[in-house]
Design a protein around this ligand. Sequence first.
Ligand code: FAD
Length: 621
Amino acid sequence: MDFPKRFAVIVIGGGHAGTEAALAAARMGVETLLLTHNIETLGQMSCNPAIGGIGKSHLVREIDALGGAMARATDRAGIQFRVLNARKGPAVRATRAQADRILYKAAIREMLENQPHLTIFQQAVDDLIVEQGRCVGAVTHMGLRFQADAVVLTAGTFLGGRIHIGLENHSGGRAGDPPSIALAQRLRELPFRVDRLKTGTPPRIDGKSVDFSVMEEQWGDTPTPVMSYLGRVEEHPRQTCCYITHTNEQTHDIIRSGFDRSPMFTGVIEGVGPRYCPSIEDKVNRYPDKNTHQIFVEPEGLTTHELYPNGISTSLPFDVQLAAVRSIRGFEQAHITRPGYAIEYDFFNPQDLKHSLETKHMPGLFFAGQINGTTGYEEAGAQGLLAGINAALLAQDKDAWYPQRDEAYLGVLVDDLITLGTREPYRMFTSRAEYRLLLREDNADLRLTEKGRALGLVDDERWAAYCAKRDGAEREAARLRATWVRPGSARSAEVNALLDTDLTHEYTLMDLLKRPEVTYGPLLDAAGLAPEMPAIAEQVEILAKYAGYIDRQADEVAKLRAAENTLLPEDMDYGQVNGLSNEVRQKLDSARPATLGQAGRIPGVTPAAISLLLIHLKKQG
Ligand code: FAD
């Protein structure tokens, strides 16, 4: 049967990619349908109950700057907030929140249910409707046919999902959920390059059976950070403590004793796992000299005793898991509530996508999230948002939009996936971005909210908050530039005391703020001025202290953009270009691009390599 209503956009899957995709398309005012297996699992955190962290919080803030849900849900669900790298430069500072997974899901569901232009329907999708090579809808398990202008697929780990615990394995999308077999088969008939990846999760532990007194406590930061640009500390639920414990030699011996029944070491699992989130058996195997590994013991929520032992993801047999867990300090009597497991699933080579996340082989069909070879809620949410935007743009007959590498981590993520592809689950790091100082978590709104407003993604409340911050920061910078402190003036004694030296001539407050030992609050206090709100103060302080570096990166970006049409000599000898990796050299040699712009679009030729080419061309005169 054909469903009586036609939609502009259909999103398949209600995980982190799917919910952001559906919300984005609906915010843009097009009629959107979210089709998912189970309404109860909308926004479910399949693995660790945490959002953010280094590189990842940058994505969360970008989603937020474009009006998305993840940061707002985190503020309502976060039970411990910390700023990582707080003492390092602003480029690598990152907010991380431990979330109550029940509150997180509830927050996402509430946003979905209250979103105008969004319809939710619970049913597995088994097939796509394809007409003249275009994807124009989806067919559910009971044969319902939904028609649309664009379809966004966000099936996560569910496509051909296979769960492994020791040498036992069975089909599943994640523990407790069915896999998507029919849809996976259908997609394998289409001209997409499909491969297998794997990821894993640790056993969960009943907190009532744990001795916390022998573990190290880890509380969140004070003052408590927020995740969203609109976030308020008062929105946070009660804050709680995490703990730290460690594996030991005995744990490692037990783990080694299970290697012969490990699906990873016996070749049962073929998919490649996440390099930066390895299983405990992988760590013990790879680092035989390390006799201990840290475990963060994280509460799963405020209304449950279940704990997430972060750092011991495993697919070893259950008897080995139990013995290994009980060899750990504080876990001697531990009761495992859910065994750890690994899951293998289908993913599609992201090189078959356009930057808009529309598939090259089938117009109208977009892929986002784990199915593109990424891992993590934040990476999935960011892609979902972008795919939702572009599906809505397609439905409105408008040009696609995606940010560049110098505009957003979202730009870096998509460009990396599309140009380089991936052979292992891809996660975001700040080191993946060439222009880290421009792409900070504190300024995602300044980078993206205007674009979001133009696209129809940003509501009036967010727009007003953004304008207040943008204008406030400009006004405050002007005030500090215009305020002079002169030796012997009324305030000079306070300023001298702050600087721990006497001013020898006059300075503006902006000049003084550039000094490494001077911070905004005490400086304004000494100068007798009322401080601005923290978000504005932070911008002004970063701009004062890092202006030189920020300007240099901005110049580099401008030069690269201007160099787009610079000609490369036909007989260019790439062997003579200093600093190019062999891999890049070979790629340039075989592609022989005519311009720097073309060179930059060759998969694997990074902006850093383009800068080297530019320097080389200049030297040649
Ligand atoms: P998901 O969150 O998996 O959502 C997929 C959605 O699609 C679900 O709602 C599902 O019901 C729905 N769906 C699927 N098929 C259909 C269909 N045919 N019809 C209708 N609906 C469908 N990330 C980390 O960062 N670190 C980790 O250590 C980590 N470990 C993980 C361990 C396990 C066991 C699992 C399962 C995931 C792990 N992840 C980890 C990954 C993290 O959960 C994902 O990256 C993230 O959830 C991906 O979001 P997504 O929206 O792409 O997919």
